[in-house]
Design a protein around this ligand. Sequence first.
Ligand code: SAM
Ligand code: DTB
Ligand code: SF4
Length: 340
Amino acid sequence: MSAVVTSPVESAATPAQKRWTVAQIEALFALPFTDLMFRAQQVHRAHFDANAIQRSTLLSIKTGGCSEDCGYCSQAARYNTGLEREELMPLGEVLQAARTAKEGGASRFCMGAAWRGPKQKDLDQVLEMVREVKSLGLETCVTLGMLKEGQAEQLKDAGLDYYNHNIDTAPEFYGAVIGTHNQGDRFDTLEKVRDAGINVCCGGIIGMGESRRMRAALIAELANMDPPPESVPINHLVQVEGTPLANAAPLDPFEFVRTIACARITMPNSYVRLSAGRQQMSDELQALCFLAGANSIFYGDKLLTTGNPEADRDRGLLERLGMKAVGSLCAVEACAGPRG
Ligand code: SAM
Ligand code: DTB
Ligand code: SF4
């Protein structure tokens, strides 16, 4: 028998904002798989071209040596992951990578740094990168860790389009994965980003040993942001040797697809990105994620430090599925034009 799934309730505090309870999202998770997929498709088709995929390319501009202890991360200095530490990349190398990404068809270029947060002298260099990448006609995104007062405004002035900062998991599970900062710190930075007028890119990681209720709680936290993030990366844990989560229990792949569907239903206007973990997925599983409402991917042979499907394979997959690439500022032939 199907669970009865109610619509989100109106918040008493902010009447305009729809709020989802964890129980409502758990009820979505509990639907028969095909019913959940049908609901997700209905929502997806009412808000997006269901056959259009946005592509972002990632570049690690500062790798490894991070002070934080995030239990999944190859870049935490305290874990012996065999990763070679690299200083902040020179501007010229960043621009070369951005040009290559644009030629390959990416619409957004996302630069990631393994910092707890940027020091002002480092931020000054990143601001220059943002200005120059933007001038190539790419959308810009950075993920630099926690921001101090005034830093988000500087990024906005440099022309930054998106700031990525994930809340990663349910509030009640965050402390089991990360001890050097708390989720409240992450929300503080997200508020600074939003107040500065930068688009928010915020999601989490699935497959870290969390329960289904915790997956629902993560989605509820994201969906109840006012407004929800414009971009929602749903990462599948990439198990990295040497990290505390290297041997996390495997997740039923359908549970990952269900999580994508719940994100789509509860955040109808957001781009939901099928993010880390695609290299470990079959084409068929990725196609199910697109059916569940994912409409964005990381595109390019590398994520930050781990692998991603090769661009050729992704182009082939989109072609086999009859899907097209889109991007708001995309000028390449594969692009279907304006944002949407
Ligand atoms: N240091 C910054 C921060 O923590 O926000 C930016 C870089 S950090 C690597 C960006 C995000 O990548 C993390 O918040 C996490 O969601 C994701 N991530 C990192 N390692 C991962 C892994 N092994 N599997 C899946 N996602 C991962
Ligand atoms: C996000 O949510 N996923 C990306 C991006 N934002 C910065 C990072 C994924 C990292 C996967 C592990 C690695 O390559 O180090
Ligand atoms: Fe550092 Fe970010 Fe990795 Fe955490 S996720 S260890 S903050 S690079």
